[in-house]
Design a binder for this molecule. Structure first.
Ligand code: UD1
Ligand code: UDP
Length: 358
């Protein structure tokens, strides 16, 4: 059996790393097809180097563009590679344009599609990721649901049960595989002059937050208020898309330290030692929950409701006073929840399912 792992962005590289490691360990016949959606060193290569992943065999180098341009370029490029390199099954992870275009190209060629992290829904169709998730799930032959809740959602959409496999989320594998290494490396905090549990960590990059000048300004104002109220440093590794928008809109947060996006091991150190995390990222909501750090989500909804249920996360939206009050609530939270995203063996289950059958 020949397997193609199709990926294109930071979270896909991180969340596919346990699957790739398992494919290597089992000496499976596979290759990596990188779409090139992310191409800056600190959104792409740094993760291959740090997580010691094999090079992509193919890189489409599609780069940035409008949704249609980017999706179309990936679709055309993936089709060419799959016609030439003929895998039996492709694997995609998550909800980006690379994921949907990869899945669509493969299914039209009658190549089986495995979707890692299937069944997530925010029920907000303004988010490009929601469209990508729904369409990818409905193109897929193997739906690797991270939780029972995700499986229930898929069943509710008429997907047959024999295609759905509850595996846990590969982010648990990635955190377990890398946290000790990150801790041993241990210089990220000191290089930023931060002390454990005495700083806030922010990530914010989603289109619906940063492309709207008023909403982006409102969130930054809320974070500024939080930093001023609790008088501890706030650090924000800024995605290049957000930085571009900040400059374009003339936004200059006063109490927040902006830094470049950082490597996964550095980021794990910052997350695991933070007093509180503010984010609109899917992966960061999960990691905060896994690491036992309370999280304030700067969105009106989440496709990770398990984090709300266990109490690790709260939805704050974009209004400054709400962000401040949610921060106050989460600072008083006892972080005694248990991780709902699995036991860290999702990668093994995914590879076993596609190579050995159900
Ligand atoms: C994409 C995903 C989003 C995911 C995020 C992970 C879609 C629709 N969005 O958003 O779901 O959470 O990746 O980080 O697929 N840029 C660079 N260097 C890069 C890549 C992008 O500077 O390597 C800048 C460019 O200005 C580009 C902008 O970021 O226009 C947006 O990039 P894009 O890939 O379209 O979306 P992301 O915001 O990264
Ligand atoms: N991350 C990282 N460096 C950073 C910010 C985030 O390595 O500076 C990692 C983080 O640990 C998580 C992933 O990037 O695993 C989340 O990616 P992102 O927020 O870009 O995408 P999303 O999860 O929202 O799709």
């Amino acid at each position: 059996m020949k397997i193609a792992v199709i990926l294109g962005t930071r979270p896909e590289i991180i969340k596919m790393s346990p699957v790739i490691r398992e494919l290597e360990k089992k000496q499976e016949n596979y290759f990596i097809l990188h779409t090139g959606q992310h191409y800056s060193y600190n959104l792409d290569r740094v993760f291959f180097e740090q997580l010691k992943l094999p090079q992509a065999k193919h890189n489409l180098e599609v780069g940035s563009g409008s949704h249609a341009q980017q999706t179309a370029k990936i679709l055309i490029g993936v089709e060419e590679v799959l016609q030439d390199d003929t895998p039996d099954v492709i694997l995609v992870e998550g909800d980006t344009n690379s994921v949907f275009a990869g899945a669509l190209a493969a299914t039209k060629l009658h190549i089986k599609v495995g979707h890692v992290e299937a069944g997530l829904r925010s029920y907000d169709r303004n988010m490009p990721e929601e469209i990508n998730r729904i369409l990818t799930d409905h193109c897929s032959d193997y739906l690797f649901a991270p939780t029972e809740k995700a499986k229930t959602i898929l069943l509710g959409e008429g997907i047959s049960e024999n295609k759905i496999f509850v595996t846990g989320n590969t982010i648990v594998d990635a955190v377990h595989q890398n946290l000790e290494i990150a801790k041993a490396q241990g210089n990220t905090l000191s290089s930023l002059n931060l002390a454990p549990a005495k700083y806030f960590l922010v990530t914010l990059h989603r289109q619906e937050n940063v492309d709207d000048p008023r909403r982006f300004a409102s969130i930054l104002k809320g974070l500024d208020k939080v930093a001023a109220e609790f008088r501890i440093p706030t650090v924000y590794p800024v995605h290049p898309h957000s930085l571009r928008r900040m400059k374009e809109f003339g936004l200059k947060p006063e109490n927040i330290t902006l830094i470049e996006p950082i490597s996964f091991l550095d980021f794990l150190q910052l997350e695991s030692n933070a007093r509180l995390i503010f984010t609109d990222s899917g992966g960061v909501q999960e990691e905060a929950c896994i690491l036992g750090v309370p999280c304030v989500t700067l969105r009106d909804n989440t496709e990770r409701p398990e984090t709300l249920e266990v109490g690790s996360n709260i939805l704050a939206g974009a209004l400054p006073d709400k962000i401040l009050s949610c921060a106050g609530l989460m600072l008083n939270k006892e972080n005694k929840w248990s991780n709902p995203f699995g036991d860290g063996r999702a990668g093994q289950r995914i590879v076993k399912t596609i190579t050995e059958g159900n």
